[in-house]
Design a protein around this ligand. Structure first.
Ligand SMILES: *Cc1c(COP(=O)(O)O)cnc(C)c1O
Length: 406
């Protein structure tokens, strides 16, 4: 059994008070808090293992390189990939998706080709594809979600034409918590020769991921939502796509040799990692992955499902609350608003006065806000350190909102 109270002790910040109230941190979809093991790993790196990586011949440079590259091996195993060259470190999902757009799509698509996107996407999986519209004359084709926040293979297949070259979709919505059946989708698309890009920024936190089982071409995630440091992310590139990619940034690390007239390039992953990376941060990401993998993921998922069920049921009791795409299969993320009377920002401000941290706004998903017909929502997003007691605090502060705005 997963012991949430014991688990909370690993996160120093959770015992903090804000506005004189115990902190109730429900903004995990934007970023999660850090366990001691991650904080310690970053500290230890700077205290005793730090130097620049890959270049030096001296002791500390070798040590830092060893630690840094060990994280790549961890990510290979964590994602169910096969090769180190399939794992490219980036500063986050945003940079990873931009690298797919520039490094692969800009190189391999031509004017008139079509990319299918879902209306669920985060701006990080939209704007890089807009770049291709202006750069290459690529057409963007949109699939809207159903009333549960789902996108099915059927819905995607209806949008496929002879021009469809890529499908770029989220694995889990950062607004509704809906989880797409990406394995089924990728398998069918692969048979049609369509390249798949999955944004795993939210899914990686809650689900066990195996990219080879899913069968995608590209998979991205961001470290800071997975209890790791900011400025860390991963792009998984299936081996057969690597040689079709060109680098995005030029500089140190990504070359074998440079003359005044020519460059001989390094291989993946270094080819795509120009410049000094976030060394301590990546080492911290390694600690975060260890931390997650040391959990009994089955009982953790059970706990997350039960706390999600509890949250959904309690929120449903507030019949005046507008609930966006609540469905029993959606996990950990809840978007809601109040009709007319209060803006989502007003609600979040009142919740904050009660120590409850939620996000309000468009959640970097403006096409989705347009689709559901609101300018903004409040979003409570859970991590596995959240408790029923905290959900009660959320509900209590929402009732205060209702009183104030009625
Ligand atoms: C957070 C998030 C991103 C962007 O991650 P960054 O760390 O800001 O690069 C992209 N997609 C989804 C679904 C997200 O939740």
């Amino acid at each position: 059994m997963f012991d949430v109270l014991e688990f909370r002790k690993e996160f120093p910040i959770l015992s903090k008070k804000v506005n004189n109230k115990p902190l109730v941190y429900l903004d995990n979809g934007a970023s999660s808090q850090k366990p001691i093991k991650v904080i310690e790993a970053v500290k230890k790196c700077y205290e005793s293992e730090y130097s620049n990586v890959h270049r030096g011949l001296h002791y500390l440079s070798n040590l830092a390189t060893e630690k840094y590259e060990a994280v790549r091996d961890k990510v290979v195993a964590f994602l169910g990939a096969s090769f180190q060259e399939e794992i490219i470190f980036t500063s986050g999902s945003t940079e990873a998706l931009n690298l797919v757009s520039y490094g692969w799509a800009n190189q391999n698509l031509v004017s008139g080709d079509e990319i299918i996107l879902s209306t669920l996407e985060h701006h990080a999986n939209i704007v890089p594809w807009h770049f291709l519209r202006s750069r290459r004359g690529i057409k963007l084709i949109w699939v809207d979600p159903d009333e549960n926040g789902q996108i099915s293979l059927d819905m995607i297949e209806k949008k496929i034409s002879s021009k469809t070259k890529m499908v770029c979709i989220t694995h889990m919505s950062n607004v509704f918590g809906s989880i797409l059946d990406v394995k089924k989708i990728c398998k069918a698309l692969k048979e049609k020769g369509i390249v798949t890009v999955l944004d795993g920024s939210q899914a990686i936190v809650h689900l066990e991921i195996n990219v080879e089982d899913i069968g995608c071409d590209f998979y991205t995630f961001t470290g800071h939502k997975l209890f790791g440091p900011t400025g860390t992310g991963v792009l998984y590139v299936n081996k057969k796509r690597i040689n079709e990619m060109v680098p995005f940034n030029g500089g140190g690390e990504m070359i074998r040799s440079v003359t005044k007239d020519d460059v001989i390039y390094n291989k993946s992953p270094f080819l795509f990692e120009a410049g000094t990376p976030g060394i301590a941060e990546i080492i911290g990401l390694g600690a975060a992955i260890d931390f997650v993998q040391n959990l009994d993921r089955k009982s953790v998922l059970e706990y997350e499902k039960s706390i999600s069920d509890y949250t959904r049921t309690e929120l449903e009791k507030l019949d005046w609350l507008v609930r966006h795409c609540f469905h029993k299969n959606n996990l950990a993320i809840f978007s809601f608003s109040m009709e007319g009377s209060a803006h989502a920002h007003d609600m979040a401000t009142i919740l904050d006065a009660n120590g409850v941290a939620v996000r309000s706004g468009h959640h970097c998903a403006q096409p989705l806000m347009d689709f559901i017909g609101v300018p903004a929502t409040c979003r409570a997003s859970l991590a596995l350190y959240n408790t029923e007691h905290e959900i009660n605090a959320l509900i209590g502060s929402l009732m205060k909102c209702k009183k104030l705005f009625d």
